[in-house]
Design a protein around this ligand. Sequence first.
Ligand code: ASP
Ligand code: MG
Length: 413
Amino acid sequence: MSLIVQKFGGTSVGDIARIEQVADKVARFRADGHDIVVVVSAMSGETNRLIALAQDIQERPDPREMDVLVSTGEQVTTALLSMALIKRGVKARSYNGSQVKILTDNAHTKARIREIDDANMRRDLAQGSVVVVAGFQGVDENGNITTLGRGGSDTTAVALAAALKADECQIYTDVDGVYTTDPRVVDGARRLEKITFEEMLEMASMGSKVLQIRAVEFAGKYNVPLRVLHSFEEGPGTLITMEDDGVMEMPTIAGIAFNRDEAKLTIAGVPDTPGVAYKILGPVGEANIEVDVIVQNVSHDNTADFTFTVSRSDLPRAEEVLRSVCEKLGAREVTSNNKIAKVSVVGVGMRSHAGVASQMFAALGEENINILMITTSEIKISVIIEERFLELAVRTLHSSFGLEKDPSKEGSA
Ligand code: ASP
Ligand code: MG
């Protein structure tokens, strides 16, 4: 008998029929003698619906009120799932974030979890109840409702699993695991049995939208075994875990990640003096805009061009900030392009294999795909390219690194 945290995403609780199916599944685990904490998302589309309502009032509504609004979606599903369990004779109790309580900082709409009180959950579990917790939300020290950012229910699940020292955190979703790349882009994409936290982090951060990145960070930090599974199909899913030397034969490349949510900005003709990078990127950071890839070129006239990428939704604000920097520094101009995308090859095996970068650049070159920017880390190589080449690039790299399904093994997985 073990303690399992199970998280069901929006599509898994998208209507009453599905909530009943989730209740059947949870009831089965309970009948097997496991202690179960369930974390639920809002019904699919609900969070978007609520955000749209708010935006009918104002484009950027007050963040505190935004959290009061969007946290309601999860409260609905906790109650409905608990009712469905109780109907099946399974003891169940629902909790919202402040009832647990999940204490966060006060950064509304992107709060971070500080502490979890496990007393209520422990008591209910000891009494044989399934504990059903609203994902995505918490409470700050003044009692204000907070939310953890889009997709935050994953983080709730992992944080609860860490706090309760659960044996496994199972993320049930509408895919049956983590794939070598997005199967909608590459037919031959393959489900991975296992992937390391580190690799998953790179895959998640760059567009494999299976899991919220912060949830993976959290799981890695507290070594919570994380499993991604299909809500309504049987199967082992993908286990996200520590790198265990030897036991798991690591391929050089685990997968190809990509992200369309990229925009790039260039500030050209900046006087090339010490401290200038800070003068440019400092104000961008102060505006809470995350910068990803950065490239600086120095030209013959002692001026520099700075190019960096931000997410597309941050582009208008980043441009605003940069124009005022441009004026202050006496730089020449600010230009931007939001028709770019990022493609990355990811794998811990890269550490011990040379030549991955050259293989990547060769493959892209053969398809005449121009590389606009390059960035590398220990376990990934990313390139920025024009968005219209994205799918071609992903398919090319997937086959160049031999990631497609092995036909001889088909059916045995
Ligand atoms: N309902 C929230 C969202 O749609 C949180 C979640 O589903 O994880 O972002
Ligand atoms: Mg999600």
